[in-house]
Unconditional design. Sequence first.
Length: 600
Amino acid sequence: MGLLYAGLVLIPLLWVAWHLRTLGRNYDAARSMGLPIVICPYNPDSVVFAIISEPLRPILRCLLPASSFRTFQLTLWGWEFHDKSAAHERLGPALVLVTTGLNRLISADPVMAAAILARRRDFVHPDVTTNTMGLLGPNIVTTSDESWSRQRRIVASALSERISPGVWKESTEQASSLIDALHCSHSSGGSTETVTGLRAVAINVLTRVAYGRHTPFALPSSSRATSTGMSYVEAISLCTELLLAAAFIPSSILGLPIMPLNLRRLGAALDQLPHLTRDMLDQERRRSFRSDGADPMMTGTSEDPLNVIMRTLVRLSDEAKAKATNQSSTSLREKRLEVDSASFGRLYLTEDEIAGNLFIFTAAGFDTTSNTLGYAITLLAVYPEWQNWIQAEIDAVLRSPQGGQSKDASLPDYSTAFPKLVRCLAVMFETLRLFPAVTMVMRSIATTQTIPSAQSPATPLIVPAPCAVYINIMALHTSTSAWGPDALEFKPSRWLRPGSQDGEPPVFVNPPPGSYLPWSAGPRKCPGQKMSQVEFVSVIATLFGKCTAEPAPGEGETMLQAKQRLLGLVQDSQPVFTLQMNRPKEIRLQWAKRRVGNVL
């Protein structure tokens, strides 16, 4: 019995001693960097902390001194969105969080951020990112070295400028259908379907561009049974909404009868996705075989560039397989075949890589754009002066060459309209400044690295390994030193300055390198950046060319109170796959038809 009691006492003491030793070692490493240090006497990356941290938040807020609670908040998931740049204004552009796990270098230094993102081989994605993003297979997010280079080259070519006219056309049609669904009228109730409707628009645009399949617009329905069959895109959408559960909880557990309905649907989606992916690729191969180059909808030619992404990936994969088969049947040229196979292997994706990249592209392609549209439209409803600002530009673009106005307020084609809608694009840039899709970029290092900093250009920072390296996108985007005293204000005009001569269109202001990173930067910059811009501008110009939006006050609520409520809802957001509102269904807007106004 005495040995049992001794063991019960000794084991916790050894555990504490081991953690204190790790904390001391990490503190020494942090001190060598010469940066401000924040000590956290636990491991914020542990599973235990992930489970108990949120329930502990309100309790610790009452019990801890303000300074200690601020330290606790720095370890919570998504703290950076709510903190903005406050921690860095208090402690400095870069700081080190010392923990009993890995040290965290947290940087809002633009020079440091640009250097980190430029060196993809030294600063790599941590395991949590690769495990989560690699849900269906390796892809451009989870791979590195030559595999990443090969995949990036192929995926970037599939997302080239040739898809932009198709993105523009489909986005315009889907946004017009959304207007009809929102009942563009003067009814007093308003609509709570704006944000969810934008998600449907983004899904349908992505489905058309990636897979060449037109989906008529319909507002999403939440009342679906788990047994109901779902499409590939529906399954991906559900996995995106519940990404952490999809990545870390087995589908056999998610499907248990005791689980909530949405988790059971997720379990069904995970079970069906391998079959749905294979079936989708097989259908594409059958269509390609039957088309014989005659039908532009099948061939993905310049007449209809929408069906280019999946077709490109499948075609390259199949060509590589055919060549490998032919090579293996010729045994007299083994040496040459080895070289040919190695070089040709850089030109295609394997089946798993196709599945993995389709997942990343599909999930990111609609999730980021739909959320950005939701934030932008809510802000434009709250601030009517900016809505009027873009509508003046839209009206000028809608005006016919003869000086009249468009009969049905439809947008001109992509090449004519997109370059002129600079104010609409400025709204996107400003929305992503305040509500970036990714609020914190995570990297890790396995060997000691040296990086420059804005604070001490002559003395590079030496970062001892191992260390987690975080780029605080939210702080970079709201820093008063970079954006001025109005950094927290929604002000799209900050992105434009007048042309150098009278009559010249306004030009975009380029912020300093590393200070604005909504699509990341460096080699791993988002390849879908242009597609998201085209879709955003098309949807915004269509909606506000035909309608105006304003908050719909609740019972007994003034317009000012309704605006404050909407601002509270957009700030009540949390990073999941990307940053998103926690209560999008509470965004209630009143949509009303408008005439095409006067030109600029």
